[in-house]
Design a protein around this ligand. Structure first.
Ligand code: NAD
Ligand code: AKB
Length: 316
């Protein structure tokens, strides 16, 4: 077991709930933190603390008191919620990150993980096989804040020597915790509705292709990237990170192979234009080269696993 003491912010969310459990298998001390109260799972397997990333002094005191030497800074407001409240999203995403970066630099925290996103790309970015380095003109507050966040991370690496690492996650699909206010949330909700009601009304058009990733791949990739020797990490903004790409009609067809009477209808809302501003597929050649990234789950394998797990939850 590694002896580093890790703090995870925003640990009560979709990603944090599973990442904390995975980190606790390899690190002796992983402290989960969130603005809201922690789930029993987070509290039972280790320490949980209420921490607001907008309160820098509280964060700094905690980091000093517990000799934190790695932070996974997950707390953020996602794309759909962010468009409804841009000021709030900018404050949480930007001020929260700046606080964390400063606290790291001022208190000897040696490593920081910052989750970036495909939302850093925009309508002028090449949509298919989006390269690592390309035009980036995000047009959501979430995307703008994450792109600025990537630049701050790179700056802290260059100017302050902080070992900051980041992945541009696609839409994450999981069954342990539901998705939290994003544009890709349909790809989680569809499985729960399929298992419970055998029908789903989708807020994106049938043929809206987006990059996605199953949570076990996302967790494994995150830990593999964070464990890679520093000299091999050539990207300090955010690595392109690909799983699989599909549209609502594709996942519906896969679900129908297992639940033949499943039906889907479409009622696009404001999230359609957000989805249309993002890439359809991602070229992650740099992640493959630097730290050997390779996903395990395609749409078909993920659908089987998701449905088995959400059905088990639905029938408990
Ligand atoms: P989520 O919305 O499920 O969880 C975010 C957590 O942050 C919540 O538990 C919330 O209570 C907490 N939080 C909000 N404001 C806070 C504050 N001021 N102080 C402390 N905690 C606060 O999000 P997620 O899906 O788990 O995403 C985690 C990270 O990964 C985010 O930075 C997100 O941008 C990034 N990401 C997620 C996805 C995805 O599909 N889930 C894709 C790309 C990037
Ligand atoms: C969202 O839809 O906002 C997130 C993301 C891709 O960053 N899931």
């Amino acid at each position: 077991m590694h002896s580093d003491t890790i703090l995870v912010t925003g640990a009560g969310g979709q990603l944090g709930t599973e990442l904390v459990l995975a980190l606790r298998k390899i690190y002796k001390t992983v402290i989960a933190s969130d603005l809201k109260d922690g789930t029993p799972e987070l509290k039972e397997g280790g320490d949980f603390v209420r921490l607001d990333v907008l309160y820098k002094n509280g964060l700094a005191d905690f980091v000093k008191r517990f000799n934190i030497n790695q932070i996974y800074h997950l707390a953020a407001i996602l794309s759909a919620t962010g468009e409804k409240n841009p000021e709030f999203a900018w404050r949480v995403n930007m001020k929260g990150l700046r606080n964390v970066l400063d606290v790291c630099a001022e208190n000897g925290v040696k490593k920081l993980f910052f989750p970036s996103t495909i939302a850093v790309f925009g309508p002028t970015t090449p949509k298919v096989n989006t390269p690592q380095y390309t035009v980036m003109e995000p047009n959501t507050i979430y995307g703008i804040s994450k792109q600025a966040g990537e630049r701050w991370c790179d700056w802290y690496f260059q100017k302050r020597g902080l070992d900051v690492r980041s992945l541009r996650y696609p839409g994450l699909i999981s069954y342990k915790t539901k998705a939290g206010g994003g544009t890709t949330d349909y790809a989680v909700d569809i499985f729960f509705e399929a298992a419970e009601k055998k029908k789903y009304e989708c807020f994106l058009k049938h043929d809206t292709v987006l990059p996605m990733m199953y949570m076990p791949d996302a967790i494994r990739g995150t830990i593999e990237m964070m464990e890679t020797p520093a000299e091999k990490i050539t990207v300090r903004s955010g690595y392109n990170f690909a799983g699989c790409s599909f549209a609502p009609q594709d996942v519906a067809a896969e679900i129908k192979k297992i639940i033949p009477d499943f039906s889907i209808s479409y009622k696009p809302d404001f999230r359609q234009s957000i989805a249309e501003s993002w890439p359809q597929s991602i070229d992650d050649a740099v992640a493959q080269k630097d730290w050997g990234w390779k996903p395990e789950f395609d749409l078909s394998k993920m659908t089987k696993d998701m449905l088995a797990n959400v059905s088990a939850i639905a029938h408990v």
